[in-house]
Design a protein around this ligand. Structure first.
Ligand code: S3P
Length: 175
């Protein structure tokens, strides 16, 4: 008899430049799962890129859209879900992630150093929170958020010396 389709439930969290989108694609390919990305969901809802949401409507408006996107995705989506880097700062998101874990879902913190993240975040202008001095701003974000990433995650993967495929392999082995 055919086996039932695998319905892994994995959420990836971590700062900009941790490789969430790339690892999500690798992991989904490996698991035969579908990827969803809350940044893309927010852009679809708003009908414009995140940079424009920040400029036109401000960060609080973005965070409101993001919270709704995350809460919807966590209930609707079976598969691999990548969260925007700041989504975990929201209390309702934190509570929803706790529920997701209690229901058997896996929340993975992709940990990364500044030197490994910098080449990924430094060379484009698509991240409104890193427009001034990307390295200093990234470091400040990470200092504030590290305890939150650690608190919401059930698994931390140190990604600096791994390829995205290797990170996906580590995660898949833990599911
Ligand atoms: C943000 C990260 C971005 C995006 C927005 C805000 C943040 O997502 O949601 O620019 O606060 O760290 P990535 O983590 O995918 O870059």
């Amino acid at each position: 008899a055919p086996t039932a389709p695998v319905r892994p439930r994995v959420v990836l969290v971590g700062p900009p430049g941790a490789g969430k989108s790339t690892v999500a694609a690798e992991l989904a390919g490996r698991l035969g799962a579908v990827v969803r990305d809350t940044d893309a969901d927010v852009e679809a809802t708003a009908g414009k890129p995140i940079t424009e949401i920040f400029v036109d409507d401000g960060e609080p408006a973005f965070r409101t859209l993001e919270r709704a996107a995350v809460l919807a995705a966590l209930t609707e989506h079976s598969g691999v879900l990548a969260l925007g880097g700041g989504a975990v700062l929201d209390g309702e998101v934190q509570a929803a992630l706790a529920g997701y874990r209690a229901a058997g879902g896996t929340v993975v913190f992709l940990d990364v150093s500044l030197s490994a993240a910098a080449p990924r975040v430094g060379f484009n202008r698509s991240r409104p929170l890193l427009l001034g001095n990307p390295r200093a701003q990234w470091q400040t974000l990470m200092e504030t958020r590290r305890p939150v990433y650690e608190a919401v995650a059930s698994l931390r993967v140190a990604t600096d010396d791994l390829t995205p495929a290797q990170v996906a392999e580590v995660i898949a082995a833990e599911l």
